[in-house]
Design a protein around this ligand. Structure first.
Ligand SMILES: O=c1[nH]cnc2c1ncn2[C@H]1C[C@H](O)[C@@H](CO)O1
Ligand SMILES: [Zn+2]
Length: 339
């Protein structure tokens, strides 16, 4: 597989965090506009934003977000980073992306959840129009936030559903806040028929994946721990759960430490609906092109496999039937000469 070809081929991304994908030069621009100087510039800033080689855990990884969050508390900034994310993905021919973020991490200066979600959707739609990349948003509850706070995120999904927001997610510290703690919050989303994808089995146990599926998640973020439990793997097969794998991130967070333990081939062979994603373009210092290139180097996947992974992503996407048909057709046409 050639990098330039991977870059050019149409791709779909289901798992990409907005606040983990702010380019350093955009952050510098925000710091200037907000008259709030950063303590670092250039390479030093990049080193602060990117998870280090010796990152020890998911919690260590999540500390990178502390640098960027203070600058994401104003509508103009939130709109700009959303637009810029679409500019980034357009460069590598992503045709459809679901962008996730936790609105209640952007309210330190008093923005309402409606203002925050509107700013993101406005930026995504501006990018969509300019670059021709379809983009929808997913709203994340945070595992360390209390129940009332997370319930208000579900309420916002309901309010903005069909207006640029397509589903609910739970992100953050899985090891200390297992999925079962969020039964009532996730159940509200389920009762309202809102699409649900949950981070589960990333750095936690397979049980979190089972709970997520039982609560109504049709997609699982990461799901690495599925490999530890045959019953959970079978449940994912039965329910045709979409698995959002994020290879670079999974090594950084120490979800796995050795390539032999990475379950890509195992999941593929088992017939799971796996998809490939960046997780956080800046924090993981990656692109979707990089992720596929890694898979090609590690597993020698061919273009047909890459096409299949992208069709899986369309099948799992929280978008309309007609949009999915259009995306499938885009993929089929794009990969035709490489099959
Ligand atoms: O890989 C992840 N696992 C759990 N939480 C994550 C991951 N990447 C980012 N987050 C958190 C940090 C962000 O502030 C939040 C919303 O995007 O989601
Ligand atoms: Zn994630």
């Amino acid at each position: 597989m050639k990098r330039e070809i991977i870059k050019r081929l149409p791709k779909i991304e289901l798992h990409c965090h907005l606040d983990g994908s702010v380019r350093p030069h955009i952050l510098e621009q925000l710091a200037k506009q907000q008259n709030h100087p950063l303590a670092w510039t250039g390479e030093a800033l990049k080193n602060k934003l990117v998870a280090p080689e010796d990152c020890t855990s998911l919690l260590d990884y999540l500390e990178r977000f502390d640098v960027v969050l203070p600058y994401l508390q104003e509508e103009a900034a939130i709109e700009l980073i959303s637009y810029d994310l679409i500019a980034q993905v357009a460069e590598e021919n992503v045709r459809y992306i679901e962008v996730r973020f936790a609105p209640l991490l952007f309210n330190r200066k008093g923005l309402t959840i409606e203002q925050i979600v509107t700013a993101v959707v406005t930026g995504l739609k501006r990018g969509e129009k300019e670059f021709g990349v379809k983009a929808n948003a997913l709203l994340c509850g945070m595992r360390h936030h209390d129940e009332t706070t997370n319930q208000s995120v579900v309420t916002a999904v309901k309010e903005f559903y069909g207006k640029g927001v397509v589903g609910f997610d739970l992100a953050g510290d899985e090891a200390n806040y297992p999925t079962a703690l969020f039964e009532s919050v996730v159940s509200i989303a389920k009762e309202h028929d809102l699409p649900i994808t949950l981070h589960a089995g990333e750095c936690g146990c397979p049980h979190n994946v089972m709970t997520a599926i039982e609560l109504g998640a049709t997609r699982i973020g990461h799901g690495i721990a599925i490999q530890k439990d045959e019953a959970v793997l079978n449940a994912c097969l039965d329910k045709q759960t979409t698995i959002e794998m994020c290879p670079t991130s999974n090594f950084q967070t120490k979800a796995v430490t050795e390539l032999k333990d990475y379950p890509f081939q195992k999941f593929l062979d088992a017939g799971l609906n796996i998809t490939i994603n960046t997780d956080n373009r800046t924090v993981s210092n990656t692109t979707l092109t990089d992720e596929y290139e890694k898979l090609a180097n590690w597993y020698h996947i061919d273009y047909a496999c890459m096409e299949k992974l992208n069709h899986n992503a369309v099948n799992g996407a929280f978008t309309s039937k007609s949009e999915k048909e259009r995306l499938h057709a885009d993929l089929t046409a794009g990969y035709a000469e490489y099959r």
